[in-house]
Every structure is written in structure tokens, then in C-alpha cells.
Ligand binder design. Structure first.
Ligand code: CS2
Ligand code: MG
Length: 402
């Protein structure tokens, strides 16, 4: 079997998605998600100019060799754009391999390790009352795990709080929106949120929270300790972690479980965090961490150190990524949880898929491949619309982390 063509499909059914489609001389094709929120066109160019020309004529069954070829062959290794492009190729090749074998992808990875995949949804509100109301609605929808994000008194906006309660798309403008942040106001408010949620819903539902890279290590230690009575499933992205050893300070002070990794694109980004057991969940995703081929290496490293997976699954990771992630989640032995931010109806129509939600879990289908397709004619009806993620400044104007 040979790859005979590759094309990049950009569509915007409410938000931009980039999809790579590889076709073979035996009529089997594979697709992979290549979406990098706010930098989509960089990946499009990388694929079209520097990857697809090298793929024509290659044997699609050589998934590992192609991954090594694109990783080592780039010379300029790693980085979000490169690894997103490699991820799309890797995903498409695994899709082709599974289709050729007539098997759902999880069977090629090692078969089922669980009957279904525990997921968490995103409840958010402008204040504690509204957030509590939304958590209740997610429980009523059957979720067993809910991430709670709440507006902070004195701040016009904060991460994770949107007008729409089911869908949250942060890339909201043709040029970056400027948000304002105060850690002091945030640190005072968050423990009150989780005290209310535990008082109202007890300790049955798993509760999660995303600090979205906005704390220093000692501030994260403070928050982790303040949240200990509320037994969070995890506190996510408490500190921007290019400096992995900064998590040693957090770890010394709190037993609140820590999750990190949605912005990582390489196993080296989390090697120290995992090997020193500085985290409890690794959030790397199929689309941003080089595909299944690297993601399962990360999971295997994590297994040695009691670290579990918690793949990123926000709206800006397409249904193709979600579908592949679910096959990975169905197989991976050290599974933790899967993020599941629902996609809009328009998006689901562009990306027909066989996975479904029931009773707090996502269930993969048995379709050969990863079970997700793209309706190219429908995709063409939604042209690309540039959209940036916001930027964030402190109240004194200092540039900060969004
Ligand atoms: C967030 C993401 O889901 C999460 O945990 O961190 O929504 C993140 O803000 C977006 O993926 C950025 O595009
Ligand atoms: Mg996050």
C-alpha cells in the first residue's frame, strides 16, 4: 500500500479546525486532527510545504518509521507547530492501519482495558451561585466528574467562564482580546467555591479545577492546601511549567492532586515531572503531543511512577482528536480521566463519529479505524476565520499568562 496524496482541510463550523487527509492507492484513507488554537495557519503551512511532499509513495503501515522520519528529519525538533503536524500524520496512519485490518483502533493498541471512558465536563458561572447551579445541571446530565470555574469578584473576566454554558470557545476575536487578572482576588475566592460545592453536592461527584498557568509555586501550594478539605480530583495547570522543578515546591506543601500537560508537545516536557512524581495526571493530547505514537510512550513512562492519564479534550481539539483519544483511553492501562468539552452541533455534523456519551462515560464504537470522518462538502461551507486566544495582564498592566 502507498500514500498517493495528502490534503489539509480547514473548516470553521463556529471555530477553526485543521484536518489532514491521507489517501492510499488501495482506496483506504486516514484523517488526523492538526488544530492548534490561534495558530492554525502555521500548521497548515508546515503540513503543505514541509510534510505532505515527503509522504507521497511511503508505505502507510510504517507508522513508527514515518514518525521518526518527521521528528528526526525536521532537525529543528519539537515545538507545538511541528508536533501538531506530526500528530496529524500519525493519527491518519493509525486510522489507515486499523481500517486495513478491519479493526477499531483500540484493538491495535492492545485491546480493551475498560468498558467505557470516564469523562469530565465543564461547569462555569459568573458567581458561586451560578456555578453551583451549573454543576447541578451537569450532574443531572449524568456526569460523575465536573470541572468548576467561577467568575472572581472585582474581575471583569476570568479563564473558563463564558456566556454559553455548554460550549466554551476562548479564541474569541480577530485580534487578541485583553483580559485583566488578579491572583490575590482569585486565591481568596476559589476555596469558597469548592466549600459551597461540597456542602451542596457532597463528596460523590469528582470535582476538578483549572488554574490555567496563573500562579507562582508558593501560590499554588497555598491554593492546593486551601482546597485539601474539598478533596479535588485534581488542580490543573497551577503553574506555567517550562521549569518542571518548580513543582517540587508545590508538592512539598499539599496533597491536592496535580495535573499538567495540555500545552506539552514532547515527552521531554514532562520527563522530570513524571520521574520525580511531581504530578498525578499527565494531560498531553493526541493532537498536541505528536500523535498516538508519542502519547503512548508518555503514558508508559507515567505508568512507572503512578502517574495517570488525563488527556486534554477542549472544544478546540476536533472530534477527530476526541475519537482517537477515546481509543487510546480505552486501551491505556494507567488511565485517569478524559476531558470532554462538547462540540457544537455544526461541528459534529462536519465530523460524523461513532462515539457517544452515556451515564458519565464516553463509549467508542467498533468502526474500523478511529471512528471519525469528515464531510468535505459540508466542511467547505465554513471558511476559515482568523481567531486569537486572549492575552492577560495584571491590574497594573504587567503582561501575564492567559
Ligand atoms: C483548558 C483549555 O480545557 C482546558 O483545560 O485549558 O480550554 C484551553 O484553554 C484551550 O484548549 C486553549 O485553546
Ligand atoms: Mg486546562
Amino acid at each position: 500500500m502507498q500514500i498517493i496524496s495528502g490534503k489539509v482541510i480547514v473548516t470553521c463550523p463556529g471555530r477553526n479546525f485543521v484536518t489532514l487527509k491521507l489517501e492510499t492507492d488501495e482506496g483506504i484513507y486516514g484523517i488526523g486532527d492538526a488544530t492548534l488554537n490561534g495558530r492554525e495557519q502555521a500548521v497548515v503551512a508546515y503540513l503543505q510545504e514541509h510534510v505532505i511532499p515527503c509522504l507521497t509513495g511511503r508505505d502507510p503501515h510504517q507508522v513508527e518509521d514515518t514518525w521518526q522520519y518527521l521528528y528526526r528529519g525536521a532537525y529543528w525538533r519539537r515545538g507545538p507547530v511541528t508536533m501538531c503536524a506530526i500528530a496529524a500524520v500519525d493519527t491518519a496512519l493509525w486510522d489507515i492501519k486499523a481500517k486495513a485490518a478491519g479493526l477499531p483502533l483500540y484493538q491495535l493498541l492492545g485491546g480493551r482495558s475498560r468498558q467505557a471512558v470516564l469523562v469530565y465536563g465543564h461547569a462555569n458561572g459568573r458567581d458561586i451561585d451560578e456555578t453551583a447551579e451549573q454543576v447541578g445541571k451537569y450532574i443531572d446530565m449524568g456526569y460523575r466528574a465536573i470541572r468548576a470555574q467561577c467568575g472572581v469578584p472585582g474581575l471583569a473576566s476570568t479563564y473558563g467562564v463564558a456566556a454559553d454554558k455548554l460550549f466554551y470557545e476562548p479564541a474569541d476575536a480577530d485580534l487578541p482580546t485583553e483580559n485583566t487578572w488578579s491572583t490575590e482576588k482569585y486565591l481568596l475566592h476559589v476555596p469558597q467555591l469548592f466549600e459551597r460545592l461540597r456542602n451542596e453536592f457532597g463528596f460523590g461527584p469528582h470535582l476538578l479545577h483549572d488554574a490555567h498557568h496563573r500562579l507562582t509555586p508558593i501560590e499554588a501550594a497555598r491554593l492546593g492546601r486551601d482546597l485539601e478539605p474539598y478533596r479535588l480530583f485534581w488542580l490543573e495547570d497551577s503553574v506555567a511549567c517550562e521549569n518542571q522543578q518548580s513543582f517540587r515546591l508545590i508538592r512539598q506543601h499539599t496533597t491536592t492532586p496535580l495535573a499538567v500537560g495540555e500545552v506539552f508537545n514532547s515527552i521531554y516536557d514532562c520527563q522530570q515531572l513524571i520521574a520525580e512524581q511531581l504530578i498525578d495526571y499527565i494531560r498531553t493530547s493526541v493532537v498536541h503531543a505528536g500523535g498516538i505514537t508519542q502519547l503512548r510512550r508518555i503514558a508508559s513512562l507515567a505508568e512507572l511512577y503512578h502517574v495517570r492519564t488525563g488527556c486534554h479534550g477542549a472544544t478546540d481539539l476536533s472530534p477527530v482528536c476526541m475519537g482517537v483519544a477515546l481509543h487510546f483511553d480505552t486501551w491505556v492501562p494507567n488511565f485517569g480521566i478524559q476531558e470532554y468539552m462538547r462540540h457544537s452541533e455544526a461541528t459534529d455534523e462536519v465530523f460524523p463519529h461513532d462515539y457517544h456519551f452515556a451515564d458519565g462515560y464516553l463509549h467508542t464504537g467498533e468502526t474500523p479505524g478511529h471512528g471519525v470522518d469528515i464531510d468535505e462538502a459540508l466542511a467547505a461551507k465554513y471558511p476559515y476565520q482568523r481567531a486569537f486566544l486572549p492575552v492577560n495582564r495584571l491590574e497594573d498592566g504587567t503582561m501575564f499568562n492567559w
